[in-house]
Design a protein around this ligand. Sequence first.
Ligand SMILES: Cc1cc2nc3c(=O)[nH]c(=O)nc-3n(C[C@H](O)[C@H](O)[C@H](O)COP(=O)(O)OP(=O)(O)OC[C@H]3O[C@@H](n4cnc5c(N)ncnc54)[C@H](O)[C@@H]3O)c2cc1C
Length: 456
Amino acid sequence: MKKAEESKVFDVIIVGGGVTGTALAYVLSAYVKSSADHSTGKKIALLEKNSGAAEVNSHPLNNAQTSHDGGTETNYGLAHALEVKVGAVALRCYVEARKDKGLFKKTHRMVLAVGAGEVKRVKNRFEKFSPYYEDIRLIGPEELATLEPMVMKGRNPDEPVCAMVSSEGYAVDYKKLSESLLDDAKMVNKNLDVFFNVKVQSVRREGGVYVLETNDGVFVAEAIVFAAGSYSLLFAQELGYGLNLGLLLVAGDFFSAPELVNGKVYRVQVEGRPFAEIHADPDVLNQRVTRFGPTTKPLPLMERHHYETFFDFIRLPIVSLRGAWCLAKIICKNNLFGYVFRNMVYSLPVVGKFFFLREARVIIPTIRYADLKIRKGVGGIRPQIVNLDTGELEMGDKTIVGENCIFNTTPSPGASVCIRNGKRDAEQIVKFFRGKYYFDYETFEKDLGTRKKEEK
Ligand SMILES: Cc1cc2nc3c(=O)[nH]c(=O)nc-3n(C[C@H](O)[C@H](O)[C@H](O)COP(=O)(O)OP(=O)(O)OC[C@H]3O[C@@H](n4cnc5c(N)ncnc54)[C@H](O)[C@@H]3O)c2cc1C
């Protein structure tokens, strides 16, 4: 860990050491080269306010640990799914090449359809998606009973059931991934400095460069990238970008249960609802524990369990009459009132578990009240963008690009596409520097592209 004694000058400063910031540090270090001598020696700093990488949403206790690729995600249309797939391939090439057993677990991932309506939707989806996803197949109750016995045990035999299963199920420890990306980045770029315990307090543009005030002195850079989760939007607004945007901060809780599933079992998305249904999967940290979740609960906090971040939340323009009107419109338009209320109830002592049991039983019909335990002190927060001009929720990725600056607030689907987003931001940085650097596409494709995956 380094301490900044005086004003430090860099080509690029990345703020945030979660999976987004560390993936960018890696891609910039490994694949963006100097046009003069093809070296990788850009001066980069990564500033992280915590004492290590990935302590917030990228921590394995705080997210669902899934590598999404669009195949079984019923909330994605085909075009979006195929974009996500490119990102998933890059991530999987990276983790597989590391040979670190703790980094990921390979499993199956499925979407379970229960009832005639869901079965029909999943079958239709399979028809449409299977030409693009060689790893998916449709299975009926018999095969489901072999693959996931507890999903079929005790189920009403008259109820139609099927599942679309992917053999490419990956559970990833995104904290380990962040640490690995940083180690690899430092190995190829000796000019990468990582500063932990350094919190950016303010940012301004002065004399054509960016000046970042921190608790540890002043940092200066030609280009800046905020990969600071919800805080990225606050800093963007400090520089005059994204002033028409607010955040709906949606916390996700998890429940624990004994070993019940062998792979990731997702439920079908409710049509028109902007939030995904709960799923069950083995914890990447302990395969003998099944996690159910995440739930969906709006909270006025920038970071989960950090109550002091409420005071930053109220600096956002969502805390205004216009913001309140937008939130009311979103809740009414998407019919979210009952859904949000139910999700709030799940956190209540004693009765919360009782109501959540009904959700969990769609996946595991025989699960009992005593099997479920709410996980305390864990779970992250998804910052969802609210457009205050239109009063609409903007789902998916939100990146603001300004003059030599990038702000990533809601990478989507989050951690799964971190390397693809790192590539996208690195390409933008190459443009900022107008010819000084180039992106080495050939090496990137060789290491992390679809060609590499097909060779396997
Ligand atoms: C419940 C839940 C389940 C999810 N499940 C999945 C899943 O299964 N698969 C998936 O792909 N994605 C999932 N996601 C999304 C995923 O977790 C996030 O998109 C991803 O972790 C975001 O990474 P990040 O680096 O952008 O943000 P974070 O991991 O939150 O990192 C931001 C970093 O910025 C730092 N920071 C903030 N402000 C400052 C400052 N002022 N100065 C210095 N540093 C600062 C923070 O300390 C933090 O380390 C889930 C999210 C939630 C909440």
